[in-house]
Structures are given as structure tokens and as C-alpha cells.
Design a protein around this ligand. Sequence first.
Ligand code: ADP
Length: 614
Amino acid sequence: MSKYEYQTEVSQLLDLMIHSLYSNKEIFLRELISNASDALDKLNYLTLTDDKFKNLQYEPRIDIKINKEKKTLTVADTGIGMSEADLKKNLGTIAKSGTKSFVEKLSGDAKKDSALIGQFGVGFYSAFMVADKIEVLTKKAGTKTAHLWVSSGGSEYEIKEAQKEGHGTEITLHLREGEEEFLEEYRIRAIVEKYSNHIPFPIYLEKEEEKEGKKEKVVEQINKASALWRLPKNQISEEEYKDFYKTISHDNEDPLLWIHTKAEGTLEYTTLFYIPQSAPFDLYRVDYQSGIKLYVKRVFITDDDKELLPTYLRFVRGIVDVEDLPLNVSREILQQNVILSKVKKASTKKILTELKKLKENDFEKYLKFWNTFGKVLKEGIMSEFEHKDLLLDLLLFKSNKRDELVDFETYVKDMAEDQKEIYYIIGEDADMLKASPLLESFNDKGLEVLLMDDEVDAIVIPNIHAYKEKPLKAVNSTDVEEADEEKVKEAAEKYAEILVKMKEILKDDVKDVKVTTRLKQSPAVLVYDKEDPDFAMQQMLKQMGQTELPPVKPIMEINPDHEIFKKLLEQKATTKVDTVAHVLLDLAKLSEGMKIDDPVDFSKRIYDMLEKSI
Ligand code: ADP
């Protein structure tokens, strides 16, 4: 017998389980059965692909036993089992990134933490909600020695060698005082029916029956074992869809949407996709877990193939079950499989189409989806070429003209008669963008400008280029508008001296100083040459670690109708140009969300001006 310490996060998790106020304790059984089912899947796969296991004779099954005298509940499977090393790794540490970040979020406040359990499947450890001692007797398929793992929570567990007939795992829960309901047959039946009716293996319940005065053990199958996704849609109730989602995703919330497709014809396959309500914990981690399980003719192959759907759909959970693949296909070969890439394309199209329908038919629900997963979906702009139009139709934007979010379709429908382009502005904060001097002439003409304030926008939006042949144009680009050339030329002549002077003064900061007609109220604005990356893009590149970029200078455009310039000209106050140039540059930067280089110098100039104005 050897004692081992749990990894710190595990003890924390166990502690939470034990003191949890979480009321939906029954999910522990769902988690244990789901683990048993996974173990059967894994062994099944080995018997098909690994010569060592080809001739293994066994009956894949899950057995639940109730012992009222000893107050124990046992869940046993004939699956792959665990070696001693497996036990230490799987039931002594937390390997999964998702679970780890879950534990990191724990606050120590029992109420809050209990709510978190509800949001997050915690797997095996959830059994400690109802048991004060757990025994795991297990023998790995293909090995001779069995091991018994025992723990009463706390900070340690024990492992010793043990006897067990066949391979597989038998988990015995010694139920806590007050949890006797889980010794009742009806209760177990109800939980299994709810969550595990459609896992593809039979679950048997062993119970005692009185026959002619004698107690006798009877075994009865209590689930349908029907692989839900293979049933015709009209035979599946909403509840069944939802409960099945909880089984495969370990999520305790209902899914937001599901998409069940059976494809027949040249390529035969079934897919059942779910979109969760909340983002999985590892959504933004590089080592995120795939949410899709791949089956071939009902036989589980892998849940670790991230290629089954595009990365920007990584929040989707569900099942892909393909007919036309050989069962012994190796996981490596899967990567470049033609059939799977066809299924991927068709599934992507299907998911995007269904989301579009949701947007059209239930906008409120779609908004919920968008707020949770919109950012991830936008990543697709960079990678989705085949269904780009569909993807573009799913995007929602803030706008200078409306309070609610708007899509491209509506934007285009509401465009001004002679408007040829879709205008947008990128920055950190929508309210600030809305007040940007760059928008003045657009507001004045009643033109709609999309306000892009997502971190990813600077990278992805310029890659859209066009929506249905309408080009996208950033309003801070020099070529955004056909300027009133006559007026510009005239003003440029009028202000020639001042322009030259300003350019000389600001030569380290700006590429050029020009007259513009785009401003209405503000005196000056900074824009970027259409070939140059704009400010938001530069920020983004910097965040991505590209620090060696040569500095890109903006162009300062001035408003010839502004009183400041009119007065400068009238009074021939060329000595004041220096202050004006510097202060306007800094003010333009501030109003466009940039930082000013020398705040002390800026303040000095302002104080000086204040003094003179009083
Ligand atoms: P998850 O199932 O989400 O990975 P768990 O904490 O429930 O997390 O289980 C941890 C690991 O323990 C599993 O990934 C699996 O490798 C192993 N395990 C749990 N139950 C069994 C079982 N019945 N048979 C074989 N391995 C198991």
C-alpha cells in the first residue's frame, strides 16, 4: 500500500466538492457513466486498430450495483482500464487546461463556487459530492496486474495491487450520510434514463428481488443504448437532445442550438452539432480541447481531431459519424482524409447556414450567440474562403446611426443612393469612435459608418475587402472620399504659407499637412495613407510582438473653414503657428485614441494659452 499526495488543485477541487452547496448532485452518475463509456470506446478502437488487441474477447457493458447494507453504489465497465501510472495521472492530477482554469477561478465562497460546478463538468471528482470514500478497482486491458485506488478526499490517496478478473474499471462510492436516495432503484433508473439513455453501450442495473421467500439477484438493462444521433429526428424529443448534449459536453446548461443532419447519397454520414450557451473555459487557449467526437459506423474513433471543423468554429460540440471510412483508419491518416475534408466543408456550410437562419428568425437568441462567440467567428474572415459570403452575413457591427447592432445586409439596404462604399472606423472604444472628428462629414451627410471596437478588428476587418461587390473603406484612409477638389485647391493656395510652416514644424511627427473638406467642427485630424497600416493596425501588430516596425507617420488634414485657421490667416499671426501646430497634433491624437508623446510639453502650451485668454 502506498500513499500519494494529490496535486494542490485536486485537493482544492475535492474540498469544494465536499462543501458544495450545489443542488444538482445527481450529475456525478452521468460523469461516471460517461467516463465508463469513453473507456469502452477507447478499447473498442484498440481492438480494431492494434494487433495486440485484435483477438480480445469481451462484452462491452456498464454495470451499476446497489448495496443497501453497505451503503455503496458501484459503476463498473469492461473498458480499457487504468495502470498504476494512469491512476496517478488521471485521478491524482488535473491535466486538462479547462479544469485547471476552473479551479483557479474558485473563490472560496461556497455559494459562488457551487454555481461554478453547475456551469462546468468536473468529471470523476464530482463523485465526492455524494461519497466520503471512493474505491477504484481497475485493470488495464492487455496487462496482468490490477490496482485498487482508495481515497476519502483530503489531500491524499492510496494505491495497492489487487485482484480483479477481467479488464476494466469498477468504481465504488461509499455514500455520505444523507445521500441514501442514490441507493434507490427508481432514482438510479431516472438519472440513467435522463442522461445516459443514448450512450452506445448497454447499462445494466443489478438489484435484489424476493422470489419464493429467497433473495435473488436480477440484472436488467436500463438504457436504450441507441446512439441518439442515429435515430430519425422525429423520434427524438427536445429533452433527449438537451440531455444528450449534457452527457457528451459535460456542460450543465442547455445548449443554445442543435443541428442534426443525416447526409445520404455519394457520401453518407450523420452529424449532430450543438452550440453551447456559454463559452468553454479553454476557448482562447492554444491547447483547447476539440468538442467533436468522430465515429465511424457508430464506433468511436477519436475526440482529439481538431481538423473536423475549422478553428473558428471550435466552440461547437457534437458528433460526426461517417459511413465510408474503414474502421481501422489510423488517427494520423485521418488528418489528410478526403472524405473527412468533404464532411468538414459540408458541416461548416450547414452550421453557418443554420446560424444565419437563427439570425433571421430569432434575433434575440442570435445576439446571445454573437455576444459569446462573435469574436471567435470573426477569426474565420482570415481563413474561410469557401463560405466567406455566408460568414460575412453573420457579422454584426455597431454603427454611428443606430443603437442596435447592424449587419452588412441591412447596411447595404439602407445605403444612400449614390453611396458606393461601406464605411468603417476602427478603434478601442465605440463611444470614442462615434465622437471622432473623422466622422464629422459622414454624420453631416447622414452616411452610416460601422464602428469596429473589437481587439481583433484591426487585423480581420481590412481583410474583408468587400461585401457583395461593395468595397469596405476605412474612414481614416486618405482615399475614402471624393474631395471637393476645387475647394481644396483654392484653400491650399490660400493657406500655402501656413501649410509649409506647419509641415516644417511637425516634420518628425507627420508625413504631410494638407487641406481637407472632410471636417466640419474639428480643426484638424490625422489620417493614414491608403498604403500604410493605420493606428489600430499598428497597435495590433505591436501587441503581436512586432516591435521592429518602422514608425508609420500619419498625415495631418486641416479644416480650412475653422476659425483657428481663418484667424491665423487674417491676423498674419505666423509666429503663433508653432503653438497651433503642436497643440492641434496632440488634440487630434487624443480624439482618435492615440497617446501623445510629451504630455508635459502639451500641458505647458495649454496653460500658456489659458493664461493669455483670461
Ligand atoms: P474527463 O473524463 O473529463 O477526462 P475525469 O476527471 O472524469 O475527466 O477523468 C479523468 C481521467 O481518468 C479520464 O480522462 C480517463 O483517462 C480516466 N478515467 C476515468 N474514469 C475511467 C474509467 N472508468 N475507465 C478508464 N479510465 C477512466
